[in-house]
Design a protein around this ligand. Sequence first.
Ligand SMILES: NC(=O)c1ccc[n+]([C@@H]2O[C@H](COP(=O)([O-])OP(=O)(O)OC[C@H]3O[C@@H](n4cnc5c(N)ncnc54)[C@H](O)[C@@H]3O)[C@@H](O)[C@H]2O)c1
Length: 473
Amino acid sequence: MSAPGLNRAVNICCIGAGYVGGPTMAMIASQCPQHRVTVVDVDQGRIDAWNRGPLPIFEPGLEELVAGCRGRNLFFTTQVDAAIRAAEIIFLAVNTPTKSFGVGAGRAADLQYLESCARRIGAVAEGRKIVVEKSTVPVRTAAAVQAILAAHAGRASFEVLSNPEFLAEGSAVADLRQPDRVLIGSERTASGEAAAEVLASVYAGWVPRDRILTTNLWSSELSKLAANAFLAQRISSINAISALCEATGADVQEIAHAVGRDARIGSRFLQASVGFGGSCFQKDILNLVYLCQHFGLPEVAAYWQQVVALNDYQKQRFARRLVEALFGTAANKRIAVLGFAFKKDTNDTRETPAIAVCRDLLVERAQLAIYDPRVSAGRIEADLAPWLDLGGHIEVCKDPYAAAAQAHAVAVLTEWDEFRSLDLERVYAGMLKPAVLFDGRNVIDLAAARRLGFQLHAIGRAVPEPRLGGATR
Ligand SMILES: NC(=O)c1ccc[n+]([C@@H]2O[C@H](COP(=O)([O-])OP(=O)(O)OC[C@H]3O[C@@H](n4cnc5c(N)ncnc54)[C@H](O)[C@@H]3O)[C@@H](O)[C@H]2O)c1
């Protein structure tokens, strides 16, 4: 397998047309017109959406990126076997959720989708193939992939690489265009390093060489889990401080600013909030915890487990404070929920804190009026379905003002830019009084809200009570 010059055309297949496979392959196709990139999935609906639109996922800039190369050198299809046969490089970008049954349930990664891809590749591949783990996997998964491929290989030989994806949802296109780093792990053998060089050459089509890092397989696999654990730990750390701020009168934003000015700490990822969400942080930390337990490191496992425990505490604390502000009962009270996605600029609701908060409010039999600019009504209803027969109710609204009309409380749960410029006067005018406003993302202009007369609650910020009988001025 000789390392190509940058201009040699490479046939690439990616199994999994999700949040990672779709955008990542669109970026390769867009930056490297000489390569032919085929994204395959078993989900016909998803493939149809990639081909005909609207795209199955929302990311700023993604529509333009896909439109620029789809049908030219970027293809979406359910013809998995043909794409495997034709490809020199096969990315595995399938889901690796937390196991929900059996050994390791609730912590270990469920690798059944990855394994079935490896079996399929082994069954149909011919010739020399580079199989790339793009999915986030437990350390040493490459050995299992290699073993499955070897057991099935008839007319093929394989090199397995690890190439974890570090994009963040909401900024995936920008992250892929200018990644902080691309990480490629390989076996430290001549053929392993040659395969890593082929993949590095593809990325070198637009990523500076000094940002393409190569490591051994296990370091690469574990780096992804470690990176997500560090990121989530920062959020849980500032959220832990936010609880202490509320108890003491300190302001978490002032603290984040002061702490973040220390160059050793840095200012990014220090926004206190209702909690982190998304498909990755919790599952990857739980996976790390499971690995630590498996390898006989209970103290290390307990350390990382606490990052998830603190996040659960933060979400529960938010719902509890909201109910307390409603005089201890939310039953039959209309509560406007602004934002349902786990962060702004995505339509992804996996592990969104909004589900946990809405669940706790539905258990209290609240009437929820939910608005999100990008999440469909069907998605919201499906996510909350398990708690809909407890006496609560949900209504999905077309804008924040409709949601807030006749509401006892408004809770901001996603930091969408449009919530920063809400017409607070209009929101306040439509609400029942006292009008309670819970800012779970610290995006509301508290001074303006206070002047209007809202009863305010924010994360980690001391908010003076309005004077009895009216607005504080
Ligand atoms: N979402 C993120 O921000 C992100 C970031 C970095 C890494 N990751 C990791 O990347 C991986 C994929 O994540 P995602 O968010 O894109 O998942 P996703 O659920 O959006 O997409 C996975 C796709 O794989 C398809 N699939 C499953 N089994 C298949 C099979 N046997 N053959 C063909 N298609 C199959 C599914 O139908 C689905 O469309 C996960 O391991 C995740 O942890 C995700």
